[in-house]
Design a protein around this ligand. Structure first.
Ligand code: FMN
Length: 337
């Protein structure tokens, strides 16, 4: 058709370039793959965050279990280990939050994921310092509030997720399309995603990207204790439960400590008794120190599909390879209308 083959190639290149859809999350963060490793207390330090960022996703340091000087050290080590963007997750109930913000500003961390609190409190201040702000929500109501507060993107996290969780028990399958209908800023889906097929499904529901936590607990670089990692890969479907709704709802592996909570409920325990039973330091004891009996073991329902401990880069690679296969299958035989 074209007399000069070079012109033909050039035109095809331009057409393909124009057809290429930009991904809003990749553009916002300056990353190659729309996959975020969720910030996780006791599990996501600089080693995991830098490994995920180096693999093309976005690594997130979980600062909720760090003293300010420890966060400082993790940010410095993360910067030394990667020249790619990374983020810090900040649960806003953290007692020394002002100090964490100082550290984040001092090191010019480019992206902050806030969770467990009101996004209005810090968003404007962080944005005025040139930081991109993402807020984690578990309902449409809070997604709208976060958008109003001016955040750059939202993580909508369904009931399947590991760690602390929404009270309304809305699953990822329902939450993502509902949030998508109500907000227009970029949307990241979280909760129950651990495979390429899961990632594609979430993006088909309307998400621009996914945030994955549990799968990265079982990574070589996660700072979870090896006893916890081994337990995660052995946890079957049905091996986790959302509990402690009267305090802060959390999804836990059904270990001895979980059954102590269940017994307390059966005996009519209220807020005070549950607080006493939980005590202090349970999450550290279970996830960081590896006490599988008395410790709190936070993990998501997807643990039923996680059966190996891999380097973080291999996890990212496996997910993206599977997503590409699933995408090709989706475009072919299944829909013969
Ligand atoms: C062990 C663990 C600790 C977590 N800690 C936090 C945290 O400190 N802050 C937060 O915003 N989310 C936390 N999360 C939630 C994750 O960031 C992520 O949104 C969630 O794990 C996604 O669901 P998934 O577990 O099904 O992948 C935690 C999750 C796990 C499994």
């Amino acid at each position: 058709m074209f007399k000069c083959p070079f012109i033909g190639l050039l035109i095809n290149f331009v057409i393909n370039f124009l057809k290429m859809e930009k991904n809003r999350i990749c553009d916002l963060f300056g990353i190659e793959i729309p996959l975020i490793q969720g910030g996780m207390i006791w599990c996501s330090g600089w080693e995991l965050a830098s490994a995920v960022s180096n693999a093309g996703g976005l690594g997130v340091i979980g600062s909720g279990s760090m003293y300010p000087n420890i966060l400082d050290e993790h940010i410095q080590k993360c910067k030394a280990a990667t020249d790619k963007p990374f983020a810090v997750n900040l649960p806003m109930l953290y007692p020394d939050i002002d100090k964490h913000f100082e550290t984040i500003l001092k090191h010019k961390v480019p992206i902050v994921f806030t969770s467990a609190g009101n996004p209005k409190t810090w968003t404007a201040h962080l944005k005025s310092q040139g930081i991109k702000v993402v807020h984690v929500v578990s309902s449409v109501k809070f997604a709208k509030k976060a958008e109003e507060a001016g955040v750059d993107a939202i993580v909508a996290e369904g009931f399947e997720a590991g760690g602390h969780n929404g009270r309304d028990e809305t699953t990822t399958l329902c939450l993502i399309p509902m949030v998508k209908n109500e907000v227009s800023i970029p949307l990241i889906a979280a909760g129950g995603i651990g495979t390429g097929r899961g990632m594609l499904a979430a993006m088909n529901l309307g998400a621009d990207a996914v945030q994955i936590g549990s799968r990265f607990v079982a990574s070589k670089e996660s700072s979870a204790h090896k006893n916890f990692k081994e337990t995660v890969i052995q946890t079957p479907e049905g091996g986790t439960m959302l509990t402690l709704k009267e305090l802060t709802p959390v999804r836990l592996i059904k270990n001895d400590f979980y059954y102590q909570i269940e017994n307390a409920y059966n005996q009519g325990a209220g807020h005070e008794k549950l607080t006493e039973l939980l005590g202090r330091g349970r999450a550290k004891k279970g996830m960081y120190e590896g006490d599988l009996t008395e410790g709190e073991l936070e993990i998501g329902q997807i643990s039923g599909l996680i059966n190996k401990i891999l380097p973080a880069a291999a996890i990212v690679d496996e997910i993206i390879t599977e997503l590409k296969v699933a995408l090709r299958e989706q475009n072919t035989a299944k829909f013969n209308f």
